[in-house]
Ligand binder design. Structure first.
Ligand SMILES: NC(=O)c1ccc[n+]([C@@H]2O[C@H](COP(=O)([O-])OP(=O)(O)OC[C@H]3O[C@@H](n4cnc5c(N)ncnc54)[C@H](OP(=O)(O)O)[C@@H]3O)[C@@H](O)[C@H]2O)c1
Length: 256
């Protein structure tokens, strides 16, 4: 993956979990990274740790559901590092779960605004910058096994993640002529703060005896394992992959 060295990667949702590990993985390969999320203190500590390892990073407080904030995130990337080669649109929330008869309009909108509109807005400004630069690029959106699978009470989250398949394949077709590839990485159960919150809701017994046995590898994935696959989709190693989904779930999707 030598193509990554000295390139610029923008990662949303980098204050935690998969996004944080992805930022660290890009930095370890010699990329300059811009890390975005709402919790600036978490981003600042990530930047400090990347710089302590000899890398280059910059933080920008961002709310991906807000167009102005997303525009500023991309402007910041251009101001600080002068280019944009890779964008990882990872920011997402699980939101509140609820039966269709009870789910509030506010809960629905909150999940859609961050998980689906947030990726529309991110790609809009990232693509403008990449097209203007004329160097091509690679965008990786983060879906989920719930881009394919529903579950009771999960209609908002599941719908937002299903929508990313259509969004990703449409934008891939639009941007291919400019040399920009767009893919959707779909993680399975991954050991992050989001996952630990969900485990708390499901309960240890159902998690250990109901969910984990459906994973062929019988364990949760690590955020570092997601990061490796994201780097693959960004690098030239995946030069003929666009408009595609890559499921990284230890075998879960084929079992359920
Ligand atoms: N963990 C899993 O098992 C799993 C499985 C499938 C898919 N995924 C997907 O993977 C992605 C990362 O999840 P994770 O497990 O790493 O969760 P996480 O640890 O909760 O991290 C989520 C990240 O998204 C950021 N974020 C949330 N709302 C945002 C907003 N409005 N603007 C900017 N950033 C925002 C959070 O930062 P702030 O709070 O600081 O804004 C945080 O950095 C999500 O899209 C999730 O749906 C996770």
């Amino acid at each position: 993956m030598s193509t990554i060295k000295d390139k610029v990667a923008l990662i949303t949702g980098a204050s935690s979990g998969i996004g944080r590990s992805t930022a660290e993985a890009f930095a370890a390969k010699g990329a300059k990274v811009v890390v975005a999320a709402r919790r600036k203190d978490e981003l600042d500590s990530l930047v400090e740790s990347i710089e302590n390892m000899g890398g280059q990073a910059s933080a920008i407080k961002t709310d991906v559901s807000n167009a102005k904030s997303v525009e500023q995130m991309v402007e910041h990337t251009m101001d600080v590092f002068g280019r944009l080669d890779y964008a990882v649109n990872n920011a997402g929330i699980e939101g509140n779960f609820g039966a269709i008869t009870d789910l509030s309009e506010e809960d629905w909108d909150n999940v859609m605004n961050i998980n689906l509109k947030g990726i529309f807005l991110s790609m809009k400004y990232e693509a403008r910058a990449m097209i203007k630069l004329g160097n091509g690029g690679s965008i990786v959106n983060i879906g989920s096994v719930n881009s394919f699978l529903g579950f009771p009470t999960g209609s908002a989250y599941v719908t937002s993640k299903h929508g990313l398949i259509g969004l990703t394949s449409s934008v891939s077709a639009e941007l291919a002529p400019q040399g920009i590839r767009v893919n959707l990485l779909c993680p399975g159960v991954t050991d992050t703060p989001m996952h630990r919150r969900l485990r708390g809701i499901v309960g240890d017994e159902l998690y250990d005896q109901g969910l984990l046995p459906t994973v062929h590898l019988r364990r949760a994935g690590l955020p570092e394992e997601m990061a490796k696959s994201i780097l693959f989709l960004c690098s030239d190693e995946s030069s003929y992959i666009t408009g595609s989904t890559l499921t990284v779930d230890g075998g879960l999707t084929l079992t359920m």
